[in-house]
Write a protein that binds this ligand. Sequence first.
Ligand code: HEC
Ligand code: HEC
Length: 340
Amino acid sequence: MNWKLPLGLVLCVLLPLSVAASAVDDTPDIIALRAKYLPPGAIPYPDDNPYSAAKAQLGKTLFFDPIFSSSGTLSCGSCHKPDRGWEDGLSLAVGDSRQALKLKTPSLIDDAWLDRLGWDGRFVSLEAVTFAPITGKQNMNMSEAGVIARLSSIPEYVHDFKTVFDDATISRKHIEMALATYERSIVAAQAPFDRWAAGDDAAISQAAKRGFAIFNGKGRCAECHSGWAFTDGSFHDIGVAKDGDVGRGRLFPTSVKLQHAFKTPTLRDVALRAPYMHDGSVPTLEAVIDLYDKGGIARPSRSEVIKPLGLTAQEKADLLAFLNTLTSRAQPIDIPAPPR
Ligand code: HEC
Ligand code: HEC
């Protein structure tokens, strides 16, 4: 018997496979899906704290000024570092006294769109967060009066607050408004994924396109990391937090589902933001994918969406390739020198 198959037959069998593997982005489903990830319009600034360029610039100078920490060495930007996806690369943040806090520094990217902030969502606005790190004993360890006295002793700040707020004295409210205005301007820069979402088929690899399909399909990631900012702004137990680490459950002690629940983080610039999770317990993106594949700690609070996924090695690699397309190569930002 002749075992050689005619070339035509071989092509008939192989061609459909290779077409299927290389044309993930051509299916109507994927085109419809990727269009859901186009960025929204303008940054939403609240009516009671509208944008002005001078206010954002003042907020930026304050953000990078170590004047807010007791020792005068730690600024907001020491923990929320622009070149690390606005995190610091540490498992747990380290405050002014060099002691570790209980939480990892979260990213600030696209916070303007969130109406609950903090890993447990206890802050209702960017303005409301401001003095928590400043007066936190383990964080910057300053009093409100101490901060105002320091700022008021610097003529440039007195001048800038007067210009922006038409107010002769520097107040807590205006410090909050200036910092929050700057923070709202911290938005995701264009990543390869965005070029693909906008229609450039060559912007990401075939592996990443398959990964996107897994992200929205078998992996069920998009059920929580939804939309162009890759977060639903909500709180879930994904089976990571250890006993006693209840997250949002502290605010809602009788809710079963909010025990061990933490805010869904954005996945923008995620490759720059290791280690991962609110407790910094997961060192790499590969380990994050393995964790979701296993399904985390099974308990009543765990989201029903989280369960063992049975991903193959190829699917894990594809998912990783996709996650890596969410990282932009933004120009480094100019960090203003403190005015003194
Ligand atoms: C020692 C490191 C450190 C410093 C300094 C620091 N932060 Fe943070 N930041 C954190 C940590 C940790 C959290 C998480 C706190 C929580 O969830 O309760 C956080 C949370 C936030 C959040 C909420 C983000 C979100 O998406 O939920 C904002 C906004 C924020 N910080 C702004 C600031 C500002 C403004 C300053 C300066 C006044 C500042 N931070 C100083 C570590 C720091
Ligand atoms: C049920 C909602 C949900 C699903 C489904 C989900 N996530 Fe998450 N994700 C979260 C929450 C909540 C956190 C933060 C958990 C924590 O810190 O304890 C998180 C954290 C992460 C982080 C770490 C980000 C950081 O800032 O530390 C990555 C990366 C991530 N998820 C990727 C994925 C991928 C990939 C999938 C699909 C395989 C997925 N997620 C599925 C809700 C979800």
